[in-house]
Design a protein around this ligand. Structure first.
Ligand code: PSU
Ligand code: MN
Length: 307
């Protein structure tokens, strides 16, 4: 009989941090293989690990390598993954098959949450979550990230969701799934590249201490759902909603014209926006991930202190 231990390899430094009740922050890899071009993807992945460490937490970058879930990739393994061609984008539905096949896989928000939970990690930093796509009323394209947030008890720190999604519907689905959506120091839900989406923050909290308190209470109540912490990108780094909005319209129209569907939609749109903004979307993307890594480390340290 195959056992979980044989499929899950937690790096000794991560296992040690967890064993002593220390702070650990999970990090995803789809952002590396499908979300950013080389070499910014590798540079950002390594820098984010350094920021988590500087914040007093142990980083645990997650991917599927050689038929196992690896929790806590070392820099060489991150570089290797980023340099490979044909790495699979792995969400919940793909995870068992990818592990069984032995092929390399990069985990999305949904799959990273599953792996973090299996390893006992409760806090995870990323850029943006997947959501309800525009036109979902006919395509039914709704990211598995939303269902995962509704069923897996991991706190995900993000910069909101991209305005190329249908943000009102994304927030409705999160509410239906019972996911607390906490906006950090903002009355408005952030829209990834922009600080403002025009949508009211479901919950506003202004400190990591308060956020950790809310997460702890959620755990004590036995909720099986995750928590979403939406951290607006710094004003100095944002692309205002009206500027990015015009490019998003173009990118979405291009995706429809090119008949892009399924898992290719998000990578296609990100790539188009990179070209349409002359690289500015990537600069903002990197800035917001850094900011999310710092906040996630602070929250993880708070949670560990009250352990
Ligand atoms: N947003 C980004 N970069 C990314 C993603 C989202 O700015 O790389 C990735 C994340 O891994 C997220 C996934 O979980 O896309 C969502 O894909 P889909 O919509 O196919 O579920
Ligand atoms: Mn989809």
């Amino acid at each position: 009989m195959q056992e979980l231990a044989g499929l899950l390899e937690v790096a000794p430094r991560v296992a040690a941090a967890l064993a002593r009740g220390g702070a650990v922050v999970a990090l995803e890899t789809t952002i590396v293989t499908h979300g950013m071009p080389y070499p910014q993807n590798v540079e950002t992945a390594l820098e984010v690990e350094a920021l988590v460490r500087a914040g007093g937490a142990e980083p645990a970058t997650i991917a599927i390598v050689d038929g196992r879930i690896r929790v806590g990739l070392e820099p060489d393994a991150i570089r290797a993954l980023a340099g490979m061609h044909g790495v699979r984008k792995v969400s919940r539905a793909d995870l068992p098959f990818t592990i069984a096949s032995g092929a390399p896989g990069a985990t999305t928000v949904a799959a990273t949450m599953i792996c973090a939970e299996l390893a006992g990690i409760g806090v995870f930093a990323t850029g943006g979550i997947g959501g309800v796509h525009r036109g979902a009323e006919t395509t039914l394209d709704i990211s598995a990230d939303l269902d995962e947030l509704g069923r897996t008890p991991v706190a995900v720190v993000c910069a909101g969701a991209k305005a190329l999604l249908d943000l009102p519907k994304t927030l409705e689905v999160l509410e239906t799934r019972g996911v607390p959506v906490i906006c950090y120091r903002s009355d408005v839900f952030p829209a990834f590249w922009s600080r403002l989406s025009g949508l009211r923050a479901p919950i506003r909290l202004d400190s990591a201490v308060e956020i950790a308190g809310a997460i702890r209470t959620q755990r004590v109540l036995g909720y099986s759902s995750g928590t979403l912490i939406a951290n607006p990108v710094d004003a100095a780094d944002e692309i205002p909603a009206d500027v990015i909005g015009a490019h998003i319209e173009t990118a979405v129209a291009d995706a429809v014209a090119a008949h892009i569907s399924g898992k290719e939609v998000t990578p296609f749109l990100l790539d188009r926006l990179l070209a349409l903004t002359g690289g500015a979307s990537l600069t903002t993307n990197i800035a917001l991930i850094r900011s999310n890594a710092r906040l996630a480390a602070t929250i993880a340290v708070e949670l560990a202190a009250s352990h």
